[in-house]
Design a binder for this molecule. Sequence first.
Ligand code: HMG
Ligand code: MG
Length: 304
Amino acid sequence: MNKSGIDHVRLVEVGPRDGLQNEPEKTTVAFRVELVDRLSACGLKTIEVGSFVSPKWVPKMANTAEVLNSVGRYEDVSLVALVPNIRGMIDAIASNVDEVAIFSAASETFSQRNTNCSIEQSFERFQPVLEKAREIGVPVRGYVSCVLGCPYEGKISASQVVPIVNRLIESGCYEVSLGDTIGVGTVNSTRELLRAVEGAIGLESIAVHFHDTYGQALPNIVTALEQGVSTVDSSIGGLGGCPYARGASGNVATEDVVYMLDGMGVESGVNLNDLLKVSEFVFSHLKRPPTSRVANALLNASVH
Ligand code: HMG
Ligand code: MG
C-alpha cells in the first residue's frame, strides 16, 4: 500500500470514443478497430469503443456498429458503448457490447447543447435503456458532465452534482464517472466535490474523468486517489475533447497516468511500453504528435 492508500487502479480507456469523437483528422473503421485491438493487448480491461448517437451530431462516431462487429473479443476486456436513448441501446445490443454508458450533466445548458434535452428529460430517456439493461443483464455506467465547471454556465457547485450522481446510482448504474469536461478543476475544487459525494453516496462506485485543458488532470487524479477513488478514465496519447465544449482539450493521457501510477507503486495492470507503441501507431495515423508528455519524452528518447 502506498501513501495514497490505494494499491490498484482500474483504468477506463476512453480514447476510441471520447478521443476520436472530436478528432479533426479522417479516421476509418479499420483504424478504429486496430486501435481497440492494440489497446486490449496493453492490459486495459475496460475500453470505450464508440457511441450510438446521432451521426449528424457526432459524425466521427458513425460506424461504431461496424467497429464493434470487427474488434477482437477477450473474456477479461469489457467493450463499452455510449448510448443516449433506447434507439442507441438497441443498436448497441445488436453489436454485442459488454457494457453501455449513459450520460447526463450537472449543467442544464450543457445538457441542452449536448443532448438537446433538459437533465430531467435525459433521465426520462434513460428509463427504457436501464430497463432493457436489467432485462438482459448488461452493466450500465453513468457519466455526469461539467462537475467542476461548465463552458456555458461557469462554476458548478457540488450541490448540483450530488443529486445527479445519486439518481444514476439509484437507477442502477454500477459506477458513475465524474466528468471535468472542460478541465477547469483544481486540487481544491476536486477535493471539495469528492468530499461532498463521499458524504452523500460514498466513493466505492465513483470514477473520475479529467480533461487536461489547464494541465491539472494529474494532480486532480492524485487528489481523487487520496480521497479513495480507484477508477480513472484516460485516453491514449491524450486524444479528445468534446464537440459541445469549445476549447476543451483532450482527456488526461493514459501513458501519463500509467507512468505516474508506476512511480507511485500503484498497480494498473497496463504495460507502459506497449502503450507507447499504440501511441506511435495512433499519432503516425493522425499525422501529429501525441499530447501525452510521457509519450513525447519516451518516444523522442528512443529516437536518439
Ligand atoms: P434529438 O435531436 O433531440 O433527438 O437528439 P431526436 O429523437 O429528435 O432525433 C434527431 C435525429 O437523430 C433523428 O434523425 C433520429 O433518428 C436520430 P433524423 O430524423 O434527423 O435523420 N437519432 C439517432 N441516430 C442514431 N443513434 C441514436 C439516435 N437517436 C436519435 N441513438 C440525441 C438527441 C441525444 C440523439 C442527439 O442530441 C445526439 O446524438 N447528441 C450527441 C451527444 C454526444 O454524443 N455527445 C458527446 C458525448 S458526451 C461527452 O463527450 C462527455 C463525456 O466524455 C464526459 C465528460 O467529459 O464530461 C461522456
Ligand atoms: Mg469526456
